[in-house]
Design a protein around this ligand. Sequence first.
Ligand code: GLN
Length: 236
Amino acid sequence: MAVGVLALQGSFNEHIAALRRLGVKGVEIRKPEQLQSVRALIIPGGESTTMAKLAEYHNLFPALREFVKMGKPVWGTCAGLIFLANKASGQKTGGQELIGGLNCTVHRNFFGSQIQSFEAELSVPEIVTKEGGSPTFRGVFIRAPGILEVGPEVQVLAEVPVPYRKPAKSDPADGNLEENAGSEKKVIVAVKQGNLLATAFHPELTADTRWHSYFLKMVDELSQEASSSTLEDDPT
Ligand code: GLN
């Protein structure tokens, strides 16, 4: 069965292309009923307020929440991570609707505005162990969120040093970036929690398909678990 990619806005085409490179069909999801025909979902990067408004317009929130609750695999990248978080803080968060399920607090635009977007080499032992290849990943951070707090069930996959910049004056909730400058402090940028995977950066904008391949393995493992528990439940 195909993998769905939420196609309301943002980098959904790039995710579909990355899946295609791995021989998997990516299906654009715009309506609640389309979620029934996919076994997993990717929520792309983009602009989470706009994406939330479009999701509300298309009445997608109940079906998306149900998909997460059923234990189906979901991967959120950047705005997709914000969408999956239980709580979002930071600039222009006011009243923004989230799917939730991922037990963490994300800070929107943690690294600053568009001109503070950056690329960094990330060390992600979990993925290198499972996927092999070079020891680091190119992380593309575009107005990226940072993950400030995680629950005990959340596995941290990657962190980056907190960069120096002045907190935005307009935003009293802007992270304590100035305070952290020059410290050893790091911010979490990739996590896994059961059926949920989330990255603050954009693997779909690089030629490295290891994150997609890792997610697809997660999908296979979870569907095997689901089918073996169905067999156990079946009295025949
Ligand atoms: N800053 C964006 C937001 O808050 C996310 C950026 C991205 O997805 N590249 O929605």
